[in-house]
Design a protein around this ligand. Structure first.
Ligand code: ADP
Ligand code: MG
Length: 686
């Protein structure tokens, strides 16, 4: 007797080797199989009379085996099984390669289904290696909508299909954890039914019902989790930071520019939030160069004026250092002491004039009012006294653990502000950022020039180099991005070391060409960036480490090698490294790829300079996992649902909100509690 817990090994026809292979796919029990959903389907349900078969098509037919025999091809030494199958409209030849056992399985006189391609060659029209199955009431591999599973090399779809089929009757034993009224309100199929139909749909209608239910489940759990996180944070306490209007205005007057409307609105939303005694949990989203740093500085200023400390975290030491240099200048006329704290760098600015002063590194966290460092700051559990505001740059959100580390025992939580230049499409934010409040800066400061973006084909490479030389000779600087650090024969993709050699020795021997990549020592990286920012380096060959935030206003050319290897959002980030001054800037995309899709994708970047539009496009081209990288941002890939399931996304949001209002502890729904517990343990959606 099979149960949900039965190990797959004890299934009929499953040996040790197969079991091992299944384990690699995470499949151990019958229940695992039930939740191993197909990633696509092939509709073989329509039966075509043999007499109406056409070559160069795919079809299913039902017929009787007239003859079946094995032969051996003379030239290619292949085993060939040939059969003739007929129904009352005609006969068709069938050919299989290297499956001699078929002649034993399928016997003359038997009725079978065949699903597959029909081809024409000099021997006439025939089925080529079709799926086959003896005629029976309930088929698995033919004459139906057939599920296609993602299988590893050593497992065939046929094997997996067979195993799933064996397990499918157990679907009725799975308890349906979704509250009955939600199922009713949203007219959802039962879970057991949905699982069965998702594997072996009886019809297209059943198929859509099943998929809708499974998508609903997946999205509903995410929404519920979002709301729970949000509620939990709202129940905790943070210091009230009152708006210091006069001082903020004075500070803004020291700037050489006026805030854009977007900056002003974002700053206002933040000021409202930190004035409450619940921790802010806000994501500030704004394209590269939209001026997020100044908005963060306004928040830090107000935190300071309320007698609290701010910690400001950047993804790399280079960026931390750069923020430190910029921000201490911003606050040079204020009372704020700005500190820098990274693994290799400890510094603090003087109150009053913003100069660096000497300080014992241990004291920075208690002496500086605004401590700037890397994300590692909080991993190290450095204690910040009296923390009022935590800012994290170029990250989508604070994780649960980061939050815990920032809160001293018994102390209040600080307010949380994360900032990102990766625009988040609307559906994306509905699903994955439901626990966050969003501020968006949509415009760039006035007067920015459009960056000229060009796709450069290999015959124009020399001309591009000439152009680069002219720019360098007129004092401008150049980034060259390569996908790899070291050369790789296999991929044939440009590497930093190789390009650096070529550019410094052959192409621009008279210019200063620098190199930067992630494997260099932190202090070497900082030194290179310092040289580059002081214009001691003309051309910097780098990996994507320069992707986020680096600010070199004098750089006017961004040249990307192997551009096809990067996503649009990422390329847009690269492009944002130039065009930060009055000089006209350029972005050159190089690619040897002849893929049409690639050309289309890069073409979008050439046409479009709006980061938001690009993110939507990227989502279309590559899906969310690729852009927002699971690990980096805590975003899991959706298994069944897609971000285009806008209706279901909205429905699940409503359903989750209603349920939490009605029964915040889910006390009436033990199955749901259990499901949610498993879900949070698995995905760490923070
Ligand atoms: P990002 O949003 O990419 O982090 P930054 O905060 O680094 O952008 O700002 C980019 C540049 O724009 C900085 O040199 C900054 O001083 C400048 N800047 C910010 N706001 C404005 C504004 N309203 N008008 C003009 N320049 C601005
Ligand atoms: Mg920035």
């Amino acid at each position: 007797m099979l149960t949900l817990q039965t190990p797959i090994e004890s299934f009929l026809r499953v040996g040790k080797t197969t079991a091992k292979r299944l384990q690699k796919l995470g499949l151990r029990t019958a229940e695992d199989l039930l939740f191993y959903f197909p990633f696509r389907y092939e509709d073989w349900s329509k039966i075509t009379p043999i007499g109406s078969l056409n070559y160069n098509t795919a079809a299913t037919c039902r017929g009787r085996v007239e003859i079946i025999k094995n032969t051996r091809s003379f030239f290619r030494k292949k085993n060939i099984t040939e059969a003739l199958v007929s129904d009352n409209t005609g006969s068709v030849k069938v050919v299989w390669f290297n499956q001699p056992y078929l002649a034993k399985i399928l016997k003359a006189g038997e009725e079978i289904y065949l699903s597959g391609k029909i081809e024409l060659d000099r021997f006439g029209m025939h089925f080529t290696s079709p799926s086959y199955e003896k005629v029976q009431k309930d088929t698995t591999h033919t004459a139906r909508i057939v599920p296609i599973y993602s299988a590893t090399e050593n497992l065939t779809n046929k094997q997996i299909r067979f195993l799933v089929k064996t397990a499918v009757p157990l679907a009725d034993k799975i308890s349906d954890w979704l509250p009955g009224e939600i199922r009713k309100d949203f007219r959802l199929a039962g879970l057991g039914q949905a699982i069965k139909q998702a594997h072996f749909p009886d019809s297209k209608t059943r198929f859509f019902e099943a998929r809708r239910r499974l998508k609903f489940d997946e999205l509903f759990l995410i929404q519920l989790n979002n709301l729970l996180l949000k509620n939990k944070l709202q129940k905790s306490r943070a210091p009230i930071l009152k708006f210091a209007e006069k001082e903020t205005k004075q500070f803004l007057e020291t700037l050489s520019f006026k805030l854009t409307d977007g900056q002003r609105k974002a700053a206002w939303e933040i000021i409202q939030d930190i004035g409450k005694n619940q921790p802010m949990n806000r994501l500030l989203e704004g394209d590269v160069g939209s001026g997020k740093t100044i908005v963060a500085a306004i928040a830090a200023l107000n935190t300071f004026l309320n007698g609290h400390r701010t910690v400001f975290m950047a993804p790399t030491e280079i960026l931390a250092k750069q923020h430190y240099e910029n921000i201490r200048k911003l606050f040079a006329n204020s009372e704020i002491k700005v500190g820098l704290l990274t693994r290799t760098d400890r510094a603090m600015s003087n109150r009053k004039n913003g100069d660096n002063i000497k300080i014992d590194p241990k004291e920075i966290t208690s002496a500086a009012d605004l401590v700037i460092g890397t994300h590692a700051l909080i991993q190290e559990k450095i204690k910040f006294n009296n923390l009022g505001l935590a800012i994290v740059d170029e990250q989508h959100r604070f994780g649960v653990n980061q939050r815990k580390n920032l809160k001293g025992r018994g102390e209040k939580y600080p307010h949380f502000l994360s900032m990102t230049a990766t625009p988040i499409p609307r559906t994306m934010s509905l699903v994955f950022f439901g626990d966050l409040d969003l501020s968006v800066i949509r415009e760039l400061p006035a007067g920015r020039k459009k960056i000229v973006t060009r796709f450069v084909s290999s015959e124009n490479r020399e001309r591009a180099y000439d152009f680069i030389r002219k720019q360098a000779e007129s004092g401008r600087q150049v980034f060259v991005i390569c996908p790899l650090i070291d050369p790789s024969d296999k991929l044939g993709v440009k590497s930093v070391t190789e390009e650096h050699k070529k550019l410094s020795k052959e192409i621009f021997p008279d210019l200063r060409v620098g190199i930067l990549h992630g494997r260099m020592e932190a202090r070497d990286k900082v030194a290179v960036m310092k040289d580059f920012s002081e214009n001691k380096i003309n051309i910097l060959v780098s990996t994507s480490v320069v992707e986020v935030g680096v600010d070199i206003p004098n750089a006017t050319i961004m040249m990307v090698e192997g551009a096809e290897r990067f996503g649009l959002a990422q390329l847009h980030q690269f492009r944002g490294r130039v065009g930060r001054s009055v000089f006209q800037s350029y972005c050159f995309l190089f690619s040897d790829s002849e893929n049409e899709e690639t050309a289309k994708r890069l073409g979008v970047l050439v046409q479009c300079s709006d980061g938001f539009a690009l993110a939507e496009k990227d989502l279309e081209f590559r899906g969310p996992g690729e852009i927002w990288g699971t690990r980096q941002s805590g975003i899991p890939d959706l298994k069944v649902a897609a971000l285009t399931d806008y209706e279901i996304i909205k429905e699940t949001k409503v359903a989750a909100e209603n349920l939490i209002k009605k029964d915040p502890e889910f006390s009436a729904y033990p199955d749901l509690q259990e499901k949610l517990r498993k879900f949070t343990a698995e995905v760490h959606l923070e």
